[in-house]
Ligand binder design. Structure first.
Ligand SMILES: NC(=O)c1ccc[n+]([C@@H]2O[C@H](COP(=O)([O-])OP(=O)(O)OC[C@H]3O[C@@H](n4cnc5c(N)ncnc54)[C@H](O)[C@@H]3O)[C@@H](O)[C@H]2O)c1
Ligand SMILES: O=P(O)(O)OC[C@H](O)CO
Length: 339
């Protein structure tokens, strides 16, 4: 038995993987009609249209009942909701649990990674935190299309347990990586670059601009990550370049789609209001901008996006100012990313 908290796209897609692997899954959400739909029609149309859910997935509205007796809980709510949800979890939990963290972001102001927030909120009730991340759009996982992800933890035995839980030899391949910081930072920062890639696509610029953003974006992700203690090699893996590719190039990406609308001239508030799903890159841009300033790390794409999102700079001038910067030696710059 596994409990999944958050019945949006990702929580539901991961519940499908777990059910396909033979587990009973309690999928907790806050809306009664949505839980009725899951239990009666075996669908979750708003988040995964045209997908039939396995009957081993049961929707729960009562958090205490959803948590009763389980040892492993998948946390799949937007990063903004994590503290509130965990505070509710603590009040009704009677046993210690392992949390599988699948949300991607960094908290503005505290600059904490999600696993750090989970440790802080859960205290003694937490056995282990395992992070699951990588190039994985829920829409494709729910269609059982081949997908690869990575799990990481301070306790690699726990990571291996979660690897076994999710590994599906038909369509869901799970790797391990002990570099927890790198895995979390890569998954969070790629959303910033995907927003920027959406903007240049929306402006009508071509593949050259997108390749530039992805390559130089990866460099600034690795620069900040390595300053925070990540292994730079992790950025060459699934949770780095892998997730960057899928998020910058897929029409499924909410971050790319939001950027695309910004590039076409829509206002941020309207874009977010019409998305209907979480766009994590906006909040993470604020956190990464603050963190880069604090750590004195050069992140020109993040800074340009911050100006667009939070200072009202127009998208075309933001791209122009990135292009107008002084000369740089590429190899010297990459050599600064060190272990
Ligand atoms: N969708 C994907 O393909 C995908 C893949 C990998 C990682 N992620 C990450 O997973 C996280 C969740 O994303 P998603 O795509 O499922 O988002 P979503 O917008 O599809 O769904 C979020 C769900 O969380 C619920 N929720 C919001 N606030 C809540 C609260 N306070 N208490 C309880 N429930 C609350 C919403 O009602 C909704 O059901 C994000 O951090 C995202 O980056 C998503
Ligand atoms: O739809 P996005 O932009 O939130 O991206 C979803 C996943 O993180 C892709 O791996």
């Amino acid at each position: 038995m596994v409990t999944v908290l958050g019945a949006g796209s990702w929580g539901t897609a991961l519940a499908i993987v777990l059910a396909d692997n033979g587990h009973h899954v309690r999928l907790w959400g806050q809306r009664q009609e949505q839980m009725d739909e899951i239990n009666e029609k075996h669908t979750n149309e708003k988040y995964l249209p045209n997908i039939h859910l396995p009957e081993a997935i049961v929707g729960y509205i009562d958090l205490a009942k959803a948590l009763e007796g389980v040892g492993t809980v998948v946390l799949a709510v937007p990063t903004k909701a994590i503290r509130e949800v965990l505070q509710r979890v603590r009040t009704c939990l009677k046993q210690p649990i392992t949390i599988v963290s699948v949300s991607k972001g960094i908290e503005p102001d505290t600059h904490k990674r999600i696993s750090e927030i989970i440790e802080e909120e859960m205290g003694e009730q937490l056995q282990d935190v395992v992070v699951l991340s990588g190039p994985s759009h829920a829409e494709e996982v729910s269609l059982r299309h081949p997908t690869t992800v990575t799990v990481s933890s301070k306790n690699m035995e726990a990571a291996e347990r979660i690897q076994d839980l999710f590994m599906n030899h038909q369509y869901f391949r799970v790797y391990t990586n002990p570099d927890l910081i790198g895995v979390e930072i890569g998954g969070a920062l790629k959303n910033i670059i995907a927003l920027a890639a959406g903007i240049t696509d929306g402006l009508g610029y071509g593949d050259n601009a997108k390749a530039a953003l992805m390559t130089r974006g990866l460099a600034e992700m690795a620069r900040l990550g390595s300053r925070l203690g990540a292994n730079p090699l992790t950025f060459a893996g699934l949770t780095g370049i892998g997730d960057l590719i899928v998020t910058c190039t897929s029409v499924h990406s909410r971050n790319w789609r939001a950027g695309n609308l910004l590039g076409k001239g829509y206002a941020l508030d309207d874009v977010l209001a019409n998305m209907g799903m979480v766009v994590e890159g906006v909040r993470t841009t604020k956190a990464a901008y603050q963190l880069a300033k604090k750590m004195n790390v050069d992140m020109p794409i993040t800074n340009a996006l911050y100006d667009v999102l939070f200072n009202g700079k127009d998208v075309k001038s933001a791209v122009d100012s990135l292009m107008a910067r002084g000369k740089t030696s590429e190899l010297e710059d990459l050599a600064n990313i060190s272990l």
